[in-house]
Design a protein around this ligand. Structure first.
Ligand code: ATP
Ligand code: MG
Length: 402
């Protein structure tokens, strides 16, 4: 018998009119993939009134239920959900289960209302009967007051064809759009605070992310790569599975350092990162590049520098954080669980390479002149021939060429 039901709500998807079906289909596909270890416990089914049910069809250990709830909560597209208790369709069963359900929240309320509905009209009692009987039982047994106008606690009861669902508190989801409904993008993932947040925001607008990380091993430590893997793994909370490319750029940095104006080092390196990102995008059928740039956050993140950087590619470059202040970005990083990983010490490909006085207002013409001084295409080719990748899921590395 069905043990519990997760009643899923989606708000923004409802605005999608004719495309609603496609969005819901993708969302359910994403959910099934994220919950694939637990599918034997679950039955996905559409319900009356536009919500979606995940029925838990057999006895489930509490920790697995908690994990399922965590995954549902972090799935883009879901604005909220209820974890409903279930029982039979007799009045006695409904009363008993309703009391048990309300008791769990008993410390939180004094007044309550019962909102009952019969979808199964063949039972011998009406919705009003349920309201009255459950209401008086909770009143007597839990010593609570019925208040139909502004109750502190609402308990919803729905009698369905084979079982009754009882629920009250909504659990907030992260909302947004299902991953994949906006297409694919390559996200430039450093070990910092910003780019994981940018990746999350892109996912939350329906983009499926493939991550690209540029490293300077052996100049930088292998731990800096482990850190990026940990960040990517954290991001699987939202996307389920992430492919992470690891691209060596030490040789490129050396060429830049030897042959070009030191004030432009970072811009030239970023340009090459975008060019490599573009090649990965073609490979992955992605249509945009994501970066964690935020206007003015550091002296070099200026409009001039952003323009001089993105000029290297014809691809759309999306900067989800461009107008957000650092506090908001940090709060989001904490909320999505990447902050504690991002602040672990690491040696970053760029910080070892940063000149004493980096350019803050790069002139595109001069940047292009400097680019001519190094064999960019050959350098990129060599770097790509040593590129590695890992495919990471929430608890393991699924595939790698390392
Ligand atoms: P972050 O906190 O994301 O590192 P930041 O504030 O340190 O950002 P920069 O170092 O100027 O900013 O980098 C700007 C963006 O360039 C990053 O957000 C990221 O998208 C990309 N980037 C920088 N370094 C790397 C790298 N080693 N690998 C991949 N992407 C990078
Ligand atoms: Mg950085």
């Amino acid at each position: 018998m069905t043990q519990k039901v997760l009643i899923i709500n989606f708000e923004e998807i409802y605005l999608k009119g004719k495309n609603q079906k496609i969005f819901i289909k993708q969302l359910i596909r994403n959910l099934k993939r994220k919950l694939d270890r637990y599918l034997t416990y679950l039955n996905f089914t559409k319900a009356h009134g536009g919500s979606y049910f995940i029925e838990i069809i057999k006895e489930i250990p509490e920790d697995i239920l908690e994990e399922i709830i965590y995954k549902v909560k972090n799935t883009p597209g879901i604005t909220g959900f209820y974890v409903a208790d279930t029982t039979g369709i007799t009045m006695e069963a409904i009363i008993e289960k309703s009391i048990e359900h309300a008791q769990k929240y008993s410390a939180d309320f004094e007044s309550f209302a019962v909102i009952a509905k019969r979808i199964n009209k063949s039972v011998s009692f009406s919705s009003m009967d349920i309201g009255r009987e459950v209401g008086s039982a909770i009143h007597d047994r839990l010593v609570k007051r019925v208040d139909l106008t502004s109750p502190e606690f609402k308990i919803f009861i729905k009698v369905r064809s084979t079982y009754t669902i009882i629920y009250s508190k909504i659990i907030k989801g992260i909302g947004g759009l299902p991953v994949g409904t906006s297409g694919k993008a390559i996200s430039m993932l450093s070990g910092g605070i910003d780019s994981p947040v940018a990746s999350f925001m892109a996912m939350n607008r329906g983009l499926h992310i493939t991550a690209a990380h540029f490293h300077s091993v052996p100049k930088t430590s292998p731990q800096s790569i482990d850190k990026v893997k940990m960040l990517a793994q954290k991001l699987t909370d939202f996307q389920g599975q992430i492919k992470l490319y690891l691209i060596p750029v030490l040789k490129i940095q050396e060429a830049i350092a030897q042959h070009t104006d030191s004030r432009l080092r970072l811009i030239l390196l970023r340009r090459i990162m975008l060019k490599i990102g573009e090649q990965l995008a073609i490979q992955e059928k992605a249509k945009a590049l994501i970066t964690g740039d935020s206007l003015g956050q550091v002296a070099s993140q200026t409009l001039e520098n952003m323009k001089a950087t993105e000029d290297a590619t014809d691809m759309l470059v999306i900067r989800p954080l461009v107008a957000l202040d650092k506090k908001f970005i940090i709060d989001t990083a904490k909320k999505i669980g990447t902050f504690d990983i991002s602040i672990l010490p690491h040696d970053d490909a760029c910080s070892l390479f940063t000149p004493k006085s980096p350019e803050t207002k790069a002139q595109l013409k001069y940047v292009k002149e400097q680019c001519q001084k190094i064999p960019i295409d050959d350098l990129i080719k060599a770097s790509l021939s040593h590129m590695e990748y890992v495919i990471i899921s929430d608890n393991q590395i699924l595939e790698t060429n390392i």
